[in-house]
Design a protein around this ligand. Structure first.
Ligand code: AVI
Length: 309
């Protein structure tokens, strides 16, 4: 971990991968973010799955038993909402949630097993981007789910690669259900990522607390602030930590220091918003055909069902 962090901090502009946002405390703060009235993403997708769950199941192309693989399943609260609407005579016969957090996986498995006792739940703890090939079974039809706006947290070329990898690791006739946050009034987006209560700010500053603890660094949190902006043309929210002074931070675990200049930015996260055309092009170029899509009543978020051609 320390090498990756120091590498990012030695680059120009400085950056820290957003995957480091999710230690125990970071995951707790993220949960708070999903409950903020201004963070519309969670509620919007929840509404879609609640409202259209049974239509989603009946739109699936399967005529024999299939497995559901979910990447980045987390606590699965939205998936549970979808599974609640599973028809009685379903071909779904296995659920494989994949998440980096073993604890989230376990809690989810217990909940799903209680709800659908006859369906095996086989959670896998791991990084779905690094082990995609091993995680997607090749001997049966698959529905791959990638909900939330997880895809939005990657750079443009990574987004293309991830969807391309989905297409290459699935077989002809397999399906993908994927969540995309849509471009919308920029003020709505800005408020979601820069809340007045400073919850998103503390989500970002927690990176430094984490490095102080895990890498024995000596970040002074009072010397950093948070800044984020949304660019309506690119559709990207970009988030940063801002160094408020010239300073040097020492990482005791690796005996190295990093200099920060006054007003220097450290990029922490990207949250990309899409339009329908962009999504369709991305999916088509990766071997998918869009079958259907469902959108919440505000038109903020969409879940897209695509099938491998
Ligand atoms: C996890 N991910 C989809 C969130 C998002 O909206 O990009 C992370 C987040 N960052 C700030 N607020 C929420």
């Amino acid at each position: 971990m320390v090498n990756e962090i120091l590498k990012g901090l030695s680059q120009q502009p400085k950056s820290i991968s957003s995957k480091f946002l999710y230690d125990e405390q970071g995951s707790r703060i993220f949960e708070k973010i999903t409950q903020m009235p201004s963070y519309y993403l969670y509620d919007s997708e929840y509404e879609i799955l609640k409202e259209y769950g049974s239509r989603i199941w009946s739109a699936l192309p399967f005529e024999s038993k299939f497995s559901l693989v979910e990447f980045g399943a987390g606590d699965g609260s939205k998936t549970i909402q979808l599974l609640k609407q599973l028809p009685h005579h379903t071909y779904l016969d296995e659920y494989i949630p994949v998440d980096i957090s073993e604890e989230a996986n376990k809690t989810l498995a217990v909940q799903v097993e209680k709800m659908i006792p006859h369906m095996p739940v086989e959670p896998i703890q791991g990084n779905y981007l690094e082990n995609m090939k091993q995680l997607i079974p090749q001997d049966r039809p698959i529905l791959l789910m990638y909900l939330g706006s997880n895809i939005g947290n990657f750079q443009k070329d990574q987004i293309r690669k991830i969807i391309m990898d989905f297409g290459q690791n699935l077989k002809k006739g397999d399906a993908l259900l994927m969540g995309f946050d849509l471009k919308k009034n920029p003020l709505t987006i800005r408020q979601a990522y820069d809340d007045p209560d400073g919850i998103t700010r503390s989500f970002n500053l927690n990176l430094l607390t984490r490095f102080n603890r895990e890498l024995e660094a000596d970040f002074d949190l009072d010397n950093f602030d948070f800044y984020s902006y949304y660019h309506p043309c690119s559709g990207e929210v970009r988030s940063y930590l801002v160094s408020l002074t010239d300073q040097e931070v020492f990482f005791k675990s690796s005996n190295q220091s990093v200099r920060f200049y006054k007003d220097e930015l450290v990029h922490t996260e990207i949250s990309k918003k899409f339009d329908f055309e962009e999504m369709e092009v991305l999916l088509n170029q990766s071997g998918f055909m869009v079958m259907d899509k469902w959108t919440d009543s505000n038109g903020y978020f969409t879940d897209v069902l695509a099938v491998v051609k």
